[in-house]
Design a protein around this ligand. Structure first.
Ligand code: ADP
Ligand code: MG
Length: 730
């Protein structure tokens, strides 16, 4: 394989005895490795290097080969120093004659400079600013490759490269000239002491001794999408063939890279599609949807549902009436009325004699849901309970007792609901308000308290489609894409701290019109105490100095549940006009008469959080305002604030948030269930993910043959199940 198809081949550089043919024969297979072989058997990997690699999770040849370059450099243009032309970007290989760390005039810029020659008659000076550490890396006598832009320095009267990429050639390096220069060269993120150069050599050796690989990707797909075989893809992703477009490579869109990215997404999506199919085949509860139930729902509704709400309820009701369990994700922007839809689904379940569990991530949100459901459902005679950690033991056991004997029909709760001693009489519907805070495992724990219950997952803020596909790819999706009528988009303004007096007089004018306002105080990352103090100080200041004649209230997370409830009630009834608070109001609070949201130190909040906070106003028919108060802004903060001012569309905001923070941080939690990709990147490779999803659906639903599907399932189980937490794909 290797001998007749040498992708590492390149034109001979200088000395003819190092031509590719000679190289190939000199390094022909010591012995063959496959993907599962330990890296310890790769030429050049001794125990110390193995330990370093293993610390990064690289244990097998496969791990090593999927450690792809993050960048490529075209070093096919190798010149001697005398051939260099100012203005061009080129590679030279030369020896370091001397190194200096000159101090410039009055300032120490950490300049490190080296003078090099290559026997061609001229010298080259390389300069790096702010790089004193180079004194430990570069020294006279070393042979180095430099890659960078050449300039003519009149002052030095010499050719100069500013901040060139450099690579030190070791003496033992026989491969050097064919591997590290004279071609498009892969650049790897260093791992501990293993430089890009060492890694390149190791990858080369691994590829060289690699036995022929079985290509797991279905053949018809490879042809249809014109993807190279795995073998070729791996080789070319590390050592691109001569003449490949560098821009394509650095955008991760060379055929080899596309193939590897697509494949990674494809197997994950196949796993998710298979899991969804399997769940759909299970027998679940077949809820009846009678006219009487429709009547009940109508009676409960405080207003006419929007078209989107109706459509989504239709989708949910159809799922509930089917003989298979529902697994549905309900997406919608803040304030789009998801909770109302959830309440409708709850009525269907309760009318069928089943119990409903509503799981919320925090006590505050659980309490909010509890009041909301109670207000809607108790008048119709349904029995509703709340189960959260901060209840007194006696109250807790009372709720548990009533759940067990079926006296409570709906319970809202936090993690407390998942605990082992919580039993249901006849649980039929599980509603999870996720906010991405529950792992798959927790979801399943709750579902185990019943046999095949219907599951509805709600998310508090929109999730970009790529993430939704990755995390919730096994769920059906309903989207509420319409706000209740009469809502005016919230007007958002950005002001700096020095204008705070104007902000306060604006608040006063709104309050004098009969409206209410929130003033949210900064979160201080390190300490909850200090953020509390900030809220308390602001409260003192506002209630005594700024608005002594208005009714100002304070709400924060450290208050007891009852005290919190009291303050919220006062605010709801309008007895408190201005509510100073921490982010406890981020979710769930619903006071339509509030029209102003002032967020102090808005630069300290994430986009999703700002969007949630802003969602607390604009819930009535009056024009509402969100005022973001900041100090001076860094770049990322400026973009967040600008996004908030420009749009109120939660999906757009989520996209920006994902781009700014990256997929890992988007959910702000480790247990988000987001798989770790080795090649794919959810931001860069969105279109490949979509493609993989479509092809996975087509493949699972219409496989070319049953054997082929079986083989794929087997492959996923062996290779991907554990890595992606794909429980039970088949
Ligand atoms: P979400 O949970 O999606 O953020 P909520 O369910 O909390 O939204 O609803 C936001 C507000 O809109 C609540 O005050 C709710 O009562 C109200 N609301 C929901 N649906 C409608 C509707 N169809 N017409 C008018 N108001 C609605
Ligand atoms: Mg809500």
């Amino acid at each position: 394989m290797w001998a007749k198809d040498p992708p590492l081949a390149k034109p001979a550089l200088c000395s003819s005895d190092r031509s590719p043919a000679t190289l190939a024969s000199r390094y022909t297979l010591w012995f063959c490795v496959d993907l599962t072989t330990s890296i310890r058997y790769v030429k050049g990997v001794g125990p110390p290097r193995a330990r370093t690699l293993e610390s990064k999770g690289i244990r097998t040849v496969e791990d090593l080969l999927f450690y792809l370059p993050f960048r490529y450099e075209d070093r096919s243009n190798v010149k001697t120093i005398s051939q260099l032309v100012p203005g061009e970007t080129a590679t030279v290989i030369a020896e370091i004659d001397s190194c200096q760390m000159p101090r410039l005039a009055r300032r120490d810029l950490g300049l490190f400079q080296a003078t090099l020659s290559d026997g061609s008659g001229q010298v080259l000076i390389a300069k790096w600013f702010h790089s004193p550490f180079l004194a430990k890396v570069l020294e006279p006598g070393q042979l180095v490759a430099l890659y960078g832009k050449v300039e003519w320095d009149y002052y030095e009267r010499a050719l100069v490269m500013l901040h060139p990429e450099y690579e030190v050639f070791g003496e033992e390096d026989e491969l050097a000239e064919s591997l590290h220069v004279g071609r498009i060269v892969p650049i790897y993120q260093a791992i501990g002491k293993l430089t890009t150069r060492v890694l390149r050599t190791l990858v080369y050796h691994a590829l060289e001794s690699l036995d022929h690989l079985e290509d797991p990707l279905p053949e018809y797909l490879r042809r249809k999408l014109e993807l190279p075989e795995l073998n070729q893809a791996l080789r070319e992703a590390h050592f691109p063939p001569q003449g490949q477009d560098l821009r394509l490579l650095n955008a991760f869109r060379s055929p080899a890279q596309v193939r590897l990215i697509f494949e990674e997404f494809f197997w994950l999506q196949c796993g998710l599609v298979l899991r969804r199919r399997k769940a759909r085949l299970k027998r679940g509860i077949q809820f009846q949807l009678t006219d009487r139930i429709r009547e009940q729902i109508k009676k409960m509704l405080p207003f006419k549902p929007t078209t989107a709400q109706k459509r989504v309820l239709g989708e949910i009701a159809r799922d509930m009436a089917s003989e298979h369990p529902m697994n549905r994700l309900l997406q919608g922007d803040v304030g789009s009325g998801k909770t109302l839809v959830a309440a409708e689904a709850a009525v269907i379940a309760m009318e069928n004699g089943y119990q409903v569990a509503v799981l919320a991530p925090t006590e505050i949100l659980a309490s909010q849901h509890f009041y909301y459901f109670r207000r809607l459902l108790e008048p119709l005679g349904y029995r509703i309970g709340l189960l959260i950690g901060s209840l007194r033991p006696k109250e807790k056991s009372w709720v548990k007792e009533r759940l067990k004997y079926g006296d409570l029909q709906l319970v809202v709760g936090t993690h407390a609901l998942i605990e082992e001693d919580v039993q249901f009489h006849k649980l039929g519907l599980v509603i999870i308000d996720e906010q991405h805070r529950f792992g798959v495992i927790q979801r399943q724990k709750l579902m185990q308290k019943a046999t095949a219950p219907d599951v509805l997952v709600m998310t508090a803020t929109p999730i970009p489609r790529t993430l939704a596909l990755t995390i919730y790819g096994d769920l059906d999706v309903s989207i509420i894409d319409e706000l209740p009528p009469g809502r005016k988009p919230v007007k958002t303004y950005h002001v700096t701290e020095d204008q705070i007096e104007r902000v306060y007089s604006f608040v006063r004018r709104e309050v004098e019109k009969g409206h209410q306002a929130y003033i949210v105080c900064p979160v201080i990352e390190e300490s909850e105490d200090s953020s509390l103090k900030a809220a308390e100080q602001t409260y003192e200041h506002l209630s005594q100095r700024v608005f002594p004649d208005l009714r100002v209230g304070l709400l924060h997370g450290r208050m007891g549940a009852e005290e919190r409830e009291m303050v919220m009630d006062q605010f709801k009834r309008g007895e408190i006009q201005i509510l100073v608070c921490t982010t406890v109001i981020e979710v769930g609070v619903d006071v339509p008469n509030a029209t102003v949201m002032v967020i102090e130190h808005a630069e300290r909040f994430g986009l999703a959080q700002l969007h949630q906070l802003r969602g607390r106003v604009g819930r009535g028919s009056a024009q509402s305002y969100c005022i973001l108060v900041t100090s001076r802004l860094g770049d990322a903060a400026r973009e967040r604030i600008r996004t908030m001012v420009e749009t109120t569309d939660g999906f757009r905001i989520a996209e920006v948030d994902l781009r700014l923070r990256g997929p890992g941080e988007f959910f702000g939690t480790r247990q988000s269930g987001l798989p770790v990709f080795r090649v794919g990147n959810l931001i860069r490779d969105q279109e490949l993910l979509e493609l993989a999803r479509r092809e996975a659906e087509a493949f699972v639903n219409h496989p070319p043959s049953r054997e082929e599907l079986k083989r794929a399932i087997h492959y996923i189980q062996r290779h991907w199940q554990r890595r992606y937490g794909l429980i039970e794909v088949a």
